[in-house]
Design a protein around this ligand. Structure first.
Ligand code: AMP
Length: 284
């Protein structure tokens, strides 16, 4: 049975004890509404560690004022069933808002560079909320390793940078994007899509494949590739492009041409539902 813990003090004393005993302790932070993408992280954690903790917390500080905080899916009982089935999760940290952000809360963690581009442009408060909550969770859980999905590639790079910059004693591991049968990246937000939107949502994955093909054909100029991608999305009238970015996959620096490899990252609106996807494209 998974032990559900709501008190940060109790979770932290378990984390400290495991650290003293030198047990490997894997941690997967999530916002719940679990799907196979989340479960792939948890399965890897179970494979690699003695003790495993998953957190479920819809973090209000990473949502902007006009975003979907109140309607974000909350499915705690189903989530616990899915986690129990994996046979290897020891603890689920499930705090309330008043535990994570008590009255008088004042301190935030902010990345100054990578948080300013891509998703940071249309979601200006998002990464400040992410780095704040992830540093709090790492301080509470005290894992030896924490797992993140490449689905949120920018988030992964920012967290890796935060852990290095703030000398946090934890390893960060990224795992590949898990997709639906047609290629749509699994996301808790896919639930918001209407049937016609869901049919067209595969355009993100198709665009990644299309760009990879163009690179194989010898098109390396970033502006040209971006322009071709904008045309590509014209075929999908329900999709409104937020951004198409081709950047250095190590640090999100801009590129003029693709050399060896590059990150292609996409954000696309279907009405008010915003989907993201990405791939590291290579010229081989
Ligand atoms: P979230 O609940 O959206 O905060 O996601 C929790 C973790 O699951 C993050 O590290 C995400 O990158 C990861 N994740 C979400 N969707 C996927 C997916 N389709 N494939 C792999 N990892 C994912």
């Amino acid at each position: 049975m998974i032990k559900i813990i709501q008190s940060w003090e109790e979770m932290q004393s378990i984390g400290i004890q495991l650290m003293r005993e030198k047990q490997s302790h894997g941690f997967v932070p999530t916002m719940g509404a679990l799907h196979e993408g989340h479960l792939s992280l948890v399965k890897e954690s179970i494979k690699e560690n003695h003790i495993n903790t998953v957190s479920i917390y819809v973090n209000p500080t990473q949502f902007g004022a006009n975003e979907d905080l109140s309607k974000y899916p909350r499915t705690f009982e189903k989530d616990m069933e899915l986690l129990e089935e994996l046979n290897g999760v020891n603890y689920c940290f499930f705090p309330s808002d008043s535990i994570m952000y008590p009255r008088g809360y004042q301190t935030y963690v902010q990345n100054e560079i990578m948080s300013q581009v891509m998703c940071g442009v249309s979601r200006p408060v998002h990464f400040k909320g992410v780095t704040t909550i992830v540093s709090k969770l790492l301080n509470i859980v005290m894992p030896t390793i924490s797992y993140f999905g490449q689905k949120d590639y920018q988030q992964y790079l920012i967290i890796k940078q935060m852990v290095a910059d703030l000398n946090m004693p934890v390893q960060i591991k990224a795992l590949p994007i898990v997709r639906e049968a047609d290629g749509l990246a699994m996301s808790s937000r896919n639930k918001y899509l209407t049937k016609p939107q869901r049919e067209q949502a595969v355009c993100l994955y198709k665009a990644l494949q299309y760009a990879q093909q163009k690179i194989k054909e010898g098109i390396f100029d970033v502006n040209r590739l971006k322009e071709m991608l904008h045309y590509f999305f014209n075929e999908y009238p329900l999709a409104k492009v937020d951004y198409i970015e081709i950047r250095d996959s190590n640090n999100l620096d801009t590129l003029d041409t693709v050399k060896d490899q590059a990150l292609l990252a996409l954000a696309v609106y279907f009405n008010s539902t915003r989907l993201i996807d990405n791939a590291v494209l290579s010229i081989q």
